[in-house]
Design a protein around this ligand. Structure first.
Ligand SMILES: Cc1cc2nc3c(=O)[nH]c(=O)nc-3n(C[C@H](O)[C@H](O)[C@H](O)COP(=O)(O)OP(=O)(O)OC[C@H]3O[C@@H](n4cnc5c(N)ncnc54)[C@H](O)[C@@H]3O)c2cc1C
Length: 400
């Protein structure tokens, strides 16, 4: 993977794009594979991981993401493993109700938000991609990529090689395909936010997502299927400390307790973190690659191009939309360059708005470290946040 910009931004005449390699079998890569297979493209998918097991727990998909899944025939299977999410209720540290905020706006008869298991979704989407004829090879990466006028030759880590009309890097925030295209021009940036997540047993009283806003962040309790919930703690973390993985439950518990002060509200659930066995710690790094997300026959999509903070729960939805829109445009049979530029014109403004708003919302949450700032923040949640979110939800509802 030597040459940067092996083919400067010139038109690639390719009326037919018959064979595509997708690097990365995450949420975006698998959905793109299905979308492309459905228009008759031969798709190979590779992933460096040995299997679909992922750290972390649930993720939410709003109606716009469900709409994209409906386009590729995955809606029913997704709803079958999902859990519709009622509005999320904000409480203050003392357990006083502050405001209920809807997760998205539902339209087209679909739920406004569905909570999904990460591994379960990957298992389901992998099975569907295989049924649709895609080949998926795990524990495999691309070790060399060379493109010329007629295609891309890829050498794989298992020693094999193949030739493709197009390579799409859906390989996440630390994308090697982005590095191949742009070197170190676009590298993940620290946003300062971190998220701790852990699945634990839910109290019987938890009927919907409940967020307690504390000093400088929040502790959230989001119901999952089977009597479980995931607890999420978000806060600002200075520097880049190296936490001992074995101590994750204790650290997450301490951060949550510090945020809640000595309040007894949700204390049992917070204390249950000490027994959690699958705690994920994620610094909320971001990347936003400006136009273009391609060079010749190599492209990036999803988090590789636009990893955002999870404050609108929309990173995966944007990744899914990328693949669905690209397949729709490719179906036109136009030259690859035309398809790519039209793809950028459709995707960049939409994704950038969601990326910017997600970051802004994170900063608004963290601006609550003192009692006065926390009071201001709670007033903001009541008075301005619902309208701000309604604006974003209407953007998400717009055609993608
Ligand atoms: C705390 C947190 C909560 C979130 N919650 C939500 C939410 O509720 N809703 C939502 O829509 N989004 C959410 N997101 C964002 C969402 O997880 C991402 O936007 C989404 O997973 C991006 O999908 P992707 O397929 O582009 O990348 P990824 O899911 O990161 O998948 C990339 C894949 O590429 C593989 N890979 C990496 N390098 C290589 C390589 N060199 N060769 C081969 N394979 C490789 C990886 O193993 C992985 O399988 C959240 C993110 C965080 C951090």
């Amino acid at each position: 993977m030597s040459a940067l910009f092996p083919q400067p931004f010139e038109e690639v005449e390719m009326p037919e794009c018959k064979k595509v390699l997708i690097v990365g079998a995450g949420i975006g890569g698998l959905c793109a594979a299905i979308a492309l297979a459905r228009i008759g493209v031969e798709v190979d998918v590779i992933d460096i991981k040995p299997d679909n097991a992922v750290a972390g727990v649930g993720w939410g998909l709003r109606t716009n993401g469900l709409r994209a899944l409906r386009e590729i025939g995955l809606l029913e299977d997704t709803l079958a493993i999902g859990f519709p999410t009622p509005p999320l209720s904000y409480y203050d540290r003392q357990g006083r109700h502050v405001v209920d905020i809807p997760y998205g706006r539902h339209f087209d008869g679909m739920p406004n938000n569905v909570q999904l298991p990460r591994t379960g979704f990957l298992e389901m989407a992998s099975a569907r991609a295989r049924e649709d004829g895609c080949s998926i090879r795990m524990a495999t990466t691309a070790v060399d990529i060379e493109q010329d006028d007629t295609g891309v030759t890829v050498e794989f880590s298992d020693g094999s090689a193949d030739r493709y009309d197009l390579v799409i890097g859906f390989d996440g925030i630390n994308s090697s395909i982005r590095r191949y295209l742009f070197g170190d021009r676009y590298v993940p940036q620290r946003s300062g936010g971190v998220a701790w997540r852990a699945p634990v047993r839910a109290p019987d009283t938890l009927k919907g997502a409940l967020f307690c806003h504390g000093f400088g962040g929040k502790v959230g309790f989001v119901p999952l299927a089977g009597g479980m919930m995931y607890v999420i703690v978000t806060h600002f973390e200075a520097g880049r400390p190296r936490h001992d993985r074995a101590a994750f439950p204790q650290i997450m518990h301490r951060v949550a307790r510090d945020m809640m002060g000595d309040s007894p509200f949700m204390a049992e659930s917070i204390d249950s973190l000490l027994r959690a066995t699958n705690v994920a710690y994620t610094p909320l790094d971001t990347v936003m690659v400006p136009y273009p997300w391609y060079c010749g026959r190599v492209m990036i999509m999803g988090d590789a191009a636009h990893a955002m903070t999870p404050y609108l729960g929309s990173g995966a939805a944007m990744a899914i939309e990328d693949g669905v829109v690209f397949a729709e445009l490719l179906q036109s049979g136009d030259a690859l360059y035309d398809v790519q530029t039209r793809f950028m014109a459709r995707r960049y403004p939409r994704v950038k708005t969601i990326w910017d708003t997600s970051l802004q919302m994170m900063h608004e949450e963290f601006d609550s470290a003192t009692p006065e700032a926390l009071d201001r923040r709670l007033a903001h949640l009541v008075n301005e946040e619902p309208a701000a979110l309604d604006y974003v939800h209407r953007i998400l509802e717009n055609p993608y």
